[in-house]
Design a protein around this ligand. Structure first.
Ligand code: PNS
Length: 159
């Protein structure tokens, strides 16, 4: 039985994240999507909100579980007996940060491997920050996020 963790901020979840979740869920037996609870980071949505969004969005995928974590990812992985981390790779600009993170996690725990999944081409330049920026100025971001996130962003920005 292979279990993997797909960690991230998910502030908010985009269609790019969903693409990675669906594809990773086909490769492993169980996929834990883990939302980082980082008080230092200025998040738009609370951890409870982000977890709730992901639960709603992934409710049709049987082998996906949603959780949150604080502290080191490798500790979360150890507690859950997970040895594989999934990360999506977009443009080349992601590579340095992702490579550093993968090597650091392996330094911290020799048992951990990172599996990179290249994004689908339509999400190459999509990020949570881009979505928030467009939403803030009432631009069109349909096609970038699921309906539930669109509603949540409109609520946050009182649109
Ligand atoms: O969606 P993001 O913000 O790119 O995700 C980054 C995340 C949550 C995967 C990363 O910041 C993380 O794992 N943080 C937990 C702290 C940790 O384990 N750091 C050591 C590895 S650099």
């Amino acid at each position: 039985m292979t279990t993997a963790v797909y960690p991230g901020s998910f502030d908010p979840t985009t269609n790019g994240h969903i693409d990675i979740i669906r594809r990773a869920a086909k490769i492993v037996d169980t996929l834990i999507v883990a939302v980082l609870d980082n008080h230092a980071k200025n998040s738009m949505f609370s951890v409870a909100e982000r977890v709730s969004h992901l639960k709603e969005i992934t409710k049709d995928i049987e082998n996906v579980k949603i959780d949150s974590f604080s502290g080191l990812l490798v500790d979360f992985a150890k507690i859950n007996n997970v040895k594989m981390i999934v990360r999506g790779l977009r443009a080349l600009t992601d590579f340095e940060f992702e490579f550093q993170m993968a090597l650091t996690n392996r330094e911290l725990s020799g048992e951990i491997e990172t599996l990179f999944i290249p994004t689908s081409k339509e999400y190459l330049f999509l990020s949570s920050s881009v979505v928030k920026e467009i939403a803030r100025f009432s631009g069109d971001y349909s096609g970038m996020v699921p309906e539930i996130i669109k509603r949540e962003l409109e609520r946050k920005f009182n649109i």
